[in-house]
Design a protein around this ligand. Structure first.
Ligand code: PTJ
Length: 249
């Protein structure tokens, strides 16, 4: 899957690897037509961050994990880009949390759902993980949304109390927040509607953010929900890091 021509010592290896994963996913029919545009936008913001995890993003990732760990019914949502870029990490996180992973895509077609579900199944078997993967038989709708993008599972997204939605559309994020859930977004764009609306927003590249969360599962002693956590402050710190990056010569 990750057999790319570039050498791991290449300074932009991580970025090349992510692009390769998207190309493979596109060939398998997993991606939306606008997936590459969304990725390019993310890359541009990541460039401003210096393609590294900032202190505020690390703080947000740990807070996100604390919320998911202490939730009664956590769920991890997976769209086409997320499946392409970080299936293994999402499956590992779901295994740690003993929670379902639900495929929930914005540009929903039966073909794409099938392609993503089959890829996740392959990765789950390759990793030997026991994770419930939902999305195949939606039996509920997210209130406030219309059309196929509202479809979800009753035992998954609908009744979850905390949800991780990386790279999420603003409308859907708003609908999930309106349902009273703890909504955790991973989005490199600190100005996006999803980033502003969520309970916790991680302004970091998806695979880096997930790596931090997975590393943190090794030592649960530091994993407490911080009652003083200020979402807007942390988000603004992410934006400030980018502005500082622009000022560097
Ligand atoms: O598979 P589907 O049908 O659900 O569609 C998925 C996409 C991502 C195409 C769809 O949700 C979409 O159009 O998303 P947006 O509105 O473009 O938002 C995606 C956000 O994720 C943007 O703000 C990007 O900056 C950000 N982003 C893109 N790649 C990454 C990222 N953030 C973190 N890590 C990334 N790798």
């Amino acid at each position: 899957m990750d057999d790319i021509a570039a050498d791991p010592s290449h300074p932009r290896y991580a970025s090349l690897l992510m692009r390769h994963r998207l190309e493979v996913a596109a060939e398998r029919g997993m991606l939306a037509g606008s997936a590459m545009i969304a990725h390019g936008r993310g890359e541009a913001f990541d460039y401003l961050l210096g393609e590294r995890t900032t202190e505020s993003a690390r703080q947000a990732s740990l807070q996100a994990l604390a919320h998911l760990h202490h939730a009664t019914r956590p769920v991890l949502s997976v769209n086409g880009n997320v499946a392409a870029l970080a299936s293994d990490a999402m499956l590992r996180l779901a295994a740690f949390l003993s929670c379902p992973l639900e495929v929930n895509i914005f540009y929903r077609t039966p073909e794409r759902m099938k392609a993503i579900l089959s890829f996740l199944d392959e990765r789950k078997n390759a990793l030997g993980l026991d994770v419930e993967v939902l999305g195949h038989a939606p039996d509920a709708t997210i209130p406030g949304l219309k059309g196929p993008r509202a479809a979800c599972h009753k035992d998954g997204i609908l009744t979850s109390d905390a949800i991780l939605v990386p790279l999420e559309d603003g409308d859907r994020c708003e609908a999930l927040v309106n349902m009273g859930k703890t909504v955790i977004v991973i989005d490199l764009n600190p100005l996006s509607r999803s980033a502003r609306l969520a309970t916790v927003t991680i302004v970091d590249e998806l695979s880096r953010a997930l790596e931090i969360m997975l590393d943190a599962t090794e030592d649960l002693t530091k994993l407490a929900i911080d009652a003083d956590y200020d979402h807007r402050d942390v988000l603004d710190a992410g934006l400030q890091e980018m502005l500082n990056g622009l000022k560097k010569d």
